[in-house]
Design a protein around this ligand. Sequence first.
Ligand code: PLP
Length: 361
Amino acid sequence: MTHENYTGIMNIPHSQPSLGQKEAEAAGRVIMSAYIAQGKEVFRFEQALAARIGVPCAVSTSSGTAALHLTLLAMGIGPGDQVIIPSYVCTSLLHAVNYTGAEAVLAEIIPETYNMSPEDVEKKINPRSKAIILPHMFGAPADTEAFLSFNIPLVEDCAQSLGGMQKGKMLGSIAHAAVFSFYANKVITTGEGGMVLSRSEDLTARIRDLRDYDNKTGYKIRYNYKMTDIQAAVGLVQLQRLDEFTTRRKNIAEQYYQYLNHARTADAGIRLPHSDPGRIYYRFPVEIGKNADALIRNMQKQGIACPRPVHCPLHRCLEQDAFPQTEKIWKNTVSLPIYPKLSDAEVRYTAEMLMKLAAFL
Ligand SMILES: *Cc1c(COP(=O)(O)O)cnc(C)c1O
């Protein structure tokens, strides 16, 4: 197939969930049971994810952001404390830190994986540093052990990396706690939803208490951050399909590597995502060696949505300077469509258009 004389209308979204009859039946079964709030399906989903990652304790929440917020609270973090997070990430992390009254301290990333730089984090540690949130960005495993060596509570953010591995360990099983998101565009989805996993029964018991305000004796500030059984029933089906999803994502990534490597990308200042057998191809970020604004517009004209993978880095949100690495990567990087429903023909069309429009042939 060639698109040289392509006249049809292509419309390739950046991201799409994979939901089908089985998810619809699972949701329908819960609806017909008339018990739709947090109940036994939520408990089963928690058990299933904990077993899958190999961690004993799990608490589900209404979102990944809620999971982060409660994890920080359960770690005792509040006003006067600092939490270190990368600048190159969505604002969810900044919100979660700000909800607690603590101060977010931003760190730079490393160019290989776009994950947070352990060297920069080390420079920013002081006696007020009470936690580090470490996202495995775009599904690429971060060097979790390097961050653990700082002896500060470490939260793995696995919102983009469910199913990924590092040195034989599942992502989410390495640090003191891990959070997951099941938002519509994540590796598996429940529409909205989140989970905290940890080996610490104390930590997860505190999170469980904070998640739900009802039937408690005494009063303190608690939240309504519960997942519903409708969501959890969908999540259980999605979790069974995880391998199918990650295999297809990997297959699409291999096609992109094949098409784009041929385009002598390195010579043209193009950088394809770091490949790693433990990686989940949640995103396929491509650095194009110059500001991506024009490419994003021109790809859109061809029906392909390839926005920047991070909308606005946090140092920009907070009007801070001194993040040159993050700034350069943010400006120059686009995110190609990658999700199980994307067809091989769409992958090829996207790769061909990218090569043509970024002019790196
Ligand atoms: C999506 C995401 C979150 C937030 O999850 P929500 O469920 O949308 O609240 C947090 N961290 C990262 C890295 C994410 O990609």
